[in-house]
Design a protein around this ligand. Structure first.
Ligand code: BTN
Length: 254
């Protein structure tokens, strides 16, 4: 089965959060897979860990994409994160070099954050029933006011203005491609590609976990999406999101 995905785009002038909007639409209506809820402006855009997602009206891409990955067991849910980040990586690599996926699902250029993803799943009988994939990409914004660390946009990086609709189409095409690969069971290929573009893979850095600072290197991500870090003594540690962070005092950032 390689049924393609059709992206019907629902344009909202203003909404609190496209993820909230998509979630309520899924609850109340029949929403075909691939539907995109795109906002010109979000008044309460949500980031990871209840942070606010800053995005100036009309300058960027803020949208939520609906999937029904009912072939995916809960323990494999990080695969969805991989296909989405790989799609974004593939589409945006055309515009900027040095893109990386910062585990678990940030889009980075150098040490700056170009985009973020907030995936909200509903689960039935141990499988994913629906997924709202919220994506925020900084496209044309040049000034960021919030305290979010190191934001950057395509415009800042390249000094060019971008047509958001065009970038959206390219991103959706690439995400669909990887999503279909996942549906076809091509996990190994997706894993390989994901690892190859992971931020700071196989580089020695300082990490902090449970108040301990240690030196190690990222060597990959396991099946349930935990980050694998090899310490200098050879021991391999695995971490869930927010259990580990880079110790940023180690060296001057770019
Ligand atoms: C992160 O913190 O890195 C995740 C940011 C996700 C932001 C997007 S913008 C579209 C969608 N709607 C939201 O409220 N959040 C996501």
């Amino acid at each position: 089965m390689d049924k393609s995905i059709e992206n019907t785009i629902v344009r909202l002038h203003e909404t609190q959060s496209t993820n909230n909007y998509a979630n309520s639409q899924i609850r109340e209506n029949e929403v075909p897979e691939g539907t995109v809820f795109l906002a010109y402006e979000q008044t309460a855009g949500r980031g990871q860990l209840n942070n606010f997602w800053e995005s100036e009206a009309g300058k960027n891409l803020t949208f939520s994409l609906v999937f029904y990955p009912d072939f995916l067991e809960i323990r494999r849910q990080f695969m969805l994160s991989k296909v989405v980040t790989l799609g974004i990586y593939t589409a945006l690599s055309k515009y900027v070099d040095q893109l990386r996926i910062k585990w678990p699902n940030d889009i980075y250029v150098g040490n700056q954050k170009l985009g973020g993803i907030l995936i909200e799943n509903s689960i039935m009988y141990g499988l994913l029933k629906s997924s709202v994939v919220g994506i925020g990409l900084n496209v044309n914004q040049t000034v960021f006011r919030s305290t979010a660390p190191n934001p950057v946009s395509l415009r800042i990086l390249t000094n060019q203005h971008y047509d958001c609709d065009r970038v959206l189409t390219e991103v959706l095409t690439a995400i669909n491609y990887y999503y279909l690969r996942l549906r076809e069971g091509e996990d190994a290929k997706i894993d390989r590609e994901f690892i190859s573009v992971l931020y700071r893979l196989n580089e020695k850095h300082l990490f902090k976990a449970e108040d301990e600072v240690f030196s190690g290197e990222i060597i990959g991500v396991n099946e349930i999406g935990q980050l694998l870090v090899r310490k200098e003594d050879g021991k391999i540690l695995n971490f869930h999101f927010k259990e580990v962070e880079f110790q940023i005092t180690e060296e001057p950032e770019d």
